[in-house]
Design a protein around this ligand. Sequence first.
Ligand code: PMP
Length: 634
Amino acid sequence: MNPEQRLDDWIGRARTVLPQNWPFGAVWAIHHEHGPYPHFVERADGARFWDVTGRDYIDWFVGGGVATLGHRHPAVQRAMLAQLERGVHLSLPSPLEVEVAESLCALFPGAEQVAYGKNGTDVTSAAVRLARAVTGREHVLISGYHGWQDWAKAIRAEVPGIPAALRGLVHEFGFDDLAGAERLLHEFHGQVAAIVVEPVRTGVPSPEFLPGLRQLADRHGCLLVFDEIVTGLRVARGGAQALAGVRPDLTCLAKSLANGLPLAALLGQRRWMRHLPPTFFALTYQREALSLAAARASLEVFRKVDVTAHLARIGEAVRAAFAAAAARHDLPWELRGHPAMLHMHFTAVGRLTARGASTLFVECCQRQGIYVQLYRVLPCLAHSDADVERTASVFADAMATVRAASTAGLAAFLDSPVWNDFENAPPPPQVKWEGSGIASGAWLEAPAEFAAPGCTWVRPAGDVGQLAAQPGQGIRFRVPPLGRQRSSDLAIDLLPSFAGDFRVAARFSIPSWHVGDGVLGVGLALLGEGAPGWHEITHQTSFGQTPQVRASLAENVATVPLAYGKHAATLVLERRRGVLRAACDVDWREVVSAVPAAGSPCRVRFFVRVKGPTTGEVAVALEQMKVEVEPDRA
Ligand code: PMP
């Protein structure tokens, strides 16, 4: 298998067995599910990683802020190897637990004792249970992200599976919003067990925020919990609390603690921590020692090297590079926040919405080997000035591309699909809904005349459309005059969701076609081989026997005749920037299909699934064609 085929193989297998986190949760799906690179990491070293196709990237995500010393830091590697020889999971606490706890207590102002967990959620949950136990209260105020468990996620009504009884116990206030926290404390007077806060987030708080929270917690008799899972050992060795000069009651620590090994820590003042044992904070892997060895070695590096100064210096250099590139391309974009945990701030540009512009930016960076994930830039000790220089030049290139797309539209620039909310809708055509000028992948609006009162839907007889596949332009789709309806050109782009596995990404909507009493019939037909008429494929067709086709992509474009039974079609495969696009000459005709309520706007989507590799000699299987009609709720 060549590297691209290996990638296809991994993607196919992952989709089969991984329900989620493939490639990521919904948050990142837009880049990883549909974007071109990278899908699977094979190995990482320092500030770099290599994906399964062999491409390498400068890693500005470092495992979500975990590998703060860089991947495979030698001192941490050595410590882990030594611990491997001594045993990984021990039956009783090892001296390492004591040593790491002593180091943490020396570093963090709010720490007198330490309890270990494996994930951030373990220790935020332990903190909240402890606060509830010692105060006898149930309500919790939060500000930031504190993990996936019920007590925290109860704040999100859209997350299912959380008992209703928990929903009313957690309340959120904004970052840097002291007044908001105070309002909630008054509203739930005498009922709040803890204020849990990420002390530094996408921004740096104003000087009065954290001391103000300390005062509020004292006044209202609740515990102040700093969630320093990202900030601890990143913004300063003693975390944000050291920077702010505030001593929280409890502190949650994870990411930078063991440089990639799963270890979290709950730090706290002794007067609270002594109440921890009865709360039953017990974990199967509590005595796991490899991560403790990694933590001891990491903390030793933090003691000897001014890691956080390096992160801040690199972060400031990246920020300056980003600002310079943005200024050159007249974009009001910024990297905001603490230099050791920068946050990208994007705006809409021309035709592009902020989401579309940022998606293109991130995709361009990834294409050129700079791994940034929306929306963070996280420096590590292994990032060098040369990394910053390379990143600066890619940022500038990516912004130039965004500028070009801001007038020309995304279709020609983005390898992943162009979604509805990536571009502002083009102005509706004025006179005729016909001819050219309708961007591939855009949502198309029928002119108002189609919705005119009295306009009736005419059920077409015979052939109702023609399609021609044009390499690089997707399919031009012409609907001939139908009664009072004018003919129109619709452009459909077939874009790969992954290399080798394609869906029609662009959709067109017909928001105001008058359906009247008739039936909006939509279907797909393959051109009949030698036969004059259309052959129907109803609105979902699976090819029982997948037709296999072979084509050479030496020229980057191949036209492949497809045959299935008596049906035939032409598949146009085109490779652009390393990604295969497929277009198929399918047609639209009246076949009875899903029928939206008469007169209601609807949305029509075509899907064509094609499976196959993307380079060299390709064997492509047309797997499925389907069309969906659904009411347009947009
Ligand atoms: N708090 C913060 C600030 C975090 O960033 C995270 C994880 N991203 C968590 C809590 C939860 O940690 P985990 O995913 O390890 O449970």
